[in-house]
Design a protein around this ligand. Structure first.
Ligand code: GLA
Length: 690
């Protein structure tokens, strides 16, 4: 049984395959976290030890590892919930009402002692992925408005000090730069205040006790939210580390009207004592199997880097023909096809096909694309408007603005106030009209600036993103075949909130194949490879100015869902041949890449090899990159993982083919030696011979 309950002791044990998460209600009526770690099958072993006030400065509230601490009473610690009642009371005092449970869910119902405010703690089990999902609902049963100043989705307790904390930092073109830092005393605070993008930090935590890829304890959690989030990690003075995650309380207040209910975004959390690899596998499998659509992702061609805003039907058709010739399956027209869009400062909001660019209409291009047997995709930035647009002229009050302030433009554009019903309808109707008029298979949904001069209502940071999710969900419901790509100036919308709604992540505008290795490596800790869109683009790269051989660029992009973003009309014959071959190779291995298990293989060489393995059933693929050879005669020995000990594997590597047992490949490993700069290769594994 997944949920075990001891009614007398009021103890609840939530169990996945290998993990137990235990909480209970103590004498004081506080919901106390009792355990999070490797499975303990017998709930009877747990007791709730009475906690005594240590001193007047260490009251019981402070020393109790509360499951969901609220602001109120003798609590000075970080809380998850802060409420202002209409009479000015700002002190919350909850009492436990009851629980309800099913085989895979638990609900702990709390209520304020005086005011009829329900606080419900929800837990859901994803058993085979060793993950639990938590969220909180609030229900205002009073006849007054209740103001919520802060509402986090949950708090976790880790019974250790001196942990390592991992997250990413970054900025545009440099997303997913993973960092590790020791957790000492004081607090670590990560957040996003921009409403739109998260190039900077990402809404998750990884806390480990000196874990490695394949061993050691790791506690982790990811928030299903693309908007303003924050997270706090704190090593407390009482010998534990706590971590909280939720909607950022910065510039946030929620008004809960009488009868209204509010649901926080959920956190998907897990524990493993088998290192980072297991954490990634559990999250990847959950993402792939439970959130994402089945089926392999198409190889797309996107015209952005080739044409930028200079879109025209003739050239797009030429690009489409060439893309088809090379092996692409989906042709995506990026920015520049609509309104008077000739640069960043015009056209957003006017979502009609530009007649100068498409004199015979958009269908001319779509028909060509379809007649070649490709799918058709198109770029939108639905939440935005340029001051120079008809939409803005007609609806100047649709943007985020304070009456006495002029709103700031960024990239020459304003953000539409998506929390207004008429704006939400406009965005939905625009997309609905496009999708019902044209045979579109794929929408790249972009958002190229953060929100500013937001709104008088301080919950807009959350409402904006919630309304965005609603729109995309509704569109996907109506247009079942259409896939949606989440993009925000590159990888600004990579999170589990997006993954629940979108199908693809545009990983970064940084398409430099070498920079991408680091970005993709960090990405892989939390997010499934199947959602990681990666393009091959031209050199010198527009951002890094680096020249990298085409084969290396392809190999780097083939690590995710492959896309081509080059100006393929300029490809030489030789480049076109390389592209054709590698696209066709990708087609033969993409089921392993997109649906298989992903391994970050340890590099033991003094050369900086990057080695990644994918494994699905009897087949495997290994990508090996050597960006720069340091000492030419030194190669690397690397050990494969996840193979079957006694099975024989055929290993194809460059022009060689050898046969070895899984045991040998995992223990001795393979010797490789690449030379030169930006060298790379793909190694294939197959055990179907047995
Ligand atoms: C953003 C996206 C790019 C491209 C441009 C178009 O920067 O990340 O891929 O779509 O917008 O303006």
């Amino acid at each position: 049984m997944s949920i075990l309950i001891n009614k007398e002791k009021n103890i609840f044990s939530i169990n996945t395959l290998n993990v137990s998460y235990v909480l209970g209600i103590d004498d004081e009526g506080l919901i106390r976290n009792l355990y999070w770690g490797k499975n303990i099958s017998d709930i009877e072993d747990f007791n709730i030890i009475k906690l005594e006030e240590v001193s007047s400065n260490d009251p019981v509230y402070e020393i109790t590892p509360e499951e969901y601490p609220v602001y109120g009473g003798l609590r000075y610690k970080e809380h998850c919930l802060k409420i202002n009642f209409s009479d000015g009371t700002r002190d919350l005092k909850y009492k436990y009402l009851k629980y309800t449970s099913t085989d895979n869910s638990l609900l702990i119902k709390l209520r304020d002692e005086y005011y009829d405010l329900e606080i419900n703690l929800h837990y859901k089990i994803h058993e085979k992925y060793d993950l639990i999902e938590r969220y909180v609902t609030l229900k205002n049963n009073t006849s007054d408005i209740i103001e919520v100043e802060k509402i986090y989705s949950g708090q976790f307790h880790i019974p250790y000090e001196n942990l390592n904390f991992r997250n990413v930092h970054g900025h545009w073109g440099a997303e997913q730069q993973m960092f590790t830092q020791k957790v000492g005393y004081g607090k670590i605070y990560i957040e996003n205040r921009r409403g739109i993008s998260t190039h900077n930090h990402n809404p998750y935590f990884i806390l480990d006790k000196d874990a490695k890829e394949t061993c050691g304890e790791v506690f982790f959690g990811a928030l299903k939210l693309s908007g303003n989030f924050s997270g706090i990690v704190e090593q407390t003075p009482y010998g534990e580390t706590l971590v909280q995650l939720g909607i950022n309380p910065h510039d946030f207040t929620l008004e809960l009207k009488p009868g209204e209910e509010f649901k926080t975004p959920a956190i998907i959390a897990g524990y493993t004592n088998e290192g980072f690899e297991k954490m990634s596998h559990n999250l990847h499998n959950y993402g792939k199997n439970e959130l994402m659509r089945d089926g392999l992702r198409d190889i797309l061609y996107n015209s952005w880097e080739a044409t930028e805003f200079k879109v025209n039907a003739e050239e797009q058709i030429k690009l489409a023909k060439k893309a088809k010739e090379l092996g692409a399956e989906l042709f995506v027209v990026d920015d520049g096809w609509f309104g008077e869009r000739d640069g960043i400062d015009n056209g957003l909001g006017d979502w009609y096909v530009n007649e100068n660019k498409f004199p015979k209409g958009l269908n001319q291009l779509i028909d060509e694309v379809k007649s070649m047997g490709m799918k058709f995709g198109i770029w939108f930035e639905p939440e935005m408007v340029n001051p120079r647009s008809k939409l803005y002229k007609d609806n100047p009050d649709w943007i985020y603005n304070f009456k006495t302030r002029e709103s700031d433009t960024s990239r020459g554009q304003y953000v539409l106030n998506l929390s207004k019903d008429e704006v939400k309808d406009f965005v939905y109707n625009t997309l609905d009209k496009m999708l019902s008029t044209y045979d579109i298979d794929y929408i790249k949904w972009d958002a190229n600036r953060p929100i500013a001069q937001s709104d008088v209502k301080k919950d807009i940071w959350f409402r904006h993103i919630k309304n965005l999710y609603d729109i995309v969900r509704k569109l996907k419901d109506k247009y079942k075949k259409v896939y949606f790509e989440a993009c925000a100036s590159g990888g600004g919308r990579i999170d589990y909130g997006s993954l629940e709604v979108f199908d693809d992540f545009w990983t970064s505008d940084n398409t430099d194949a070498y920079d991408r290795l680091k970005i993709q490596d960090s990405y892989s800790y939390i997010y499934p490879i199947k959602a990681m869109r990666a393009w091959v683009t031209d050199c010198p790269n527009f951002l890094s100015k680096r020249e990298i051989p085409l084969r290396f660029r392809f190999h780097s992009a083939m690590m995710g869902t492959l896309g081509i973003g080059s100006n393929i009309l300029k490809y030489t014959k030789e480049e076109a041949e390389i592209a054709k071959d590698l696209i066709s190779e990708y087609k033969s291995i993409r089921h392993i890449i997109q649906d298989g298990d992903f391994y970050r293989i340890e590099n033991t060489s003094s050369n900086d090899y990057y080695i990644y393995q994918y494994l699905k059933d009897n087949e495997g693929v290994v990508f090996i990159f050597l960006p720069q050879s340091k000492i030419g005669h030194i190669g690397a020995r690397f050990k494969l993982r996840g193979l079957e000990e006694n099975k024989k594997y055929k290993v194809e590597y460059l022009d060689e083919a050898i046969e070895k047992t899984g045991g040998y490949l995992m223990k001795y490993g393979l010797d490789i030696r690449l030379q030169g700069d930006y060298n790379s290769c793909i190694l294939k594994l197959n055990s179907t011979l047995n």
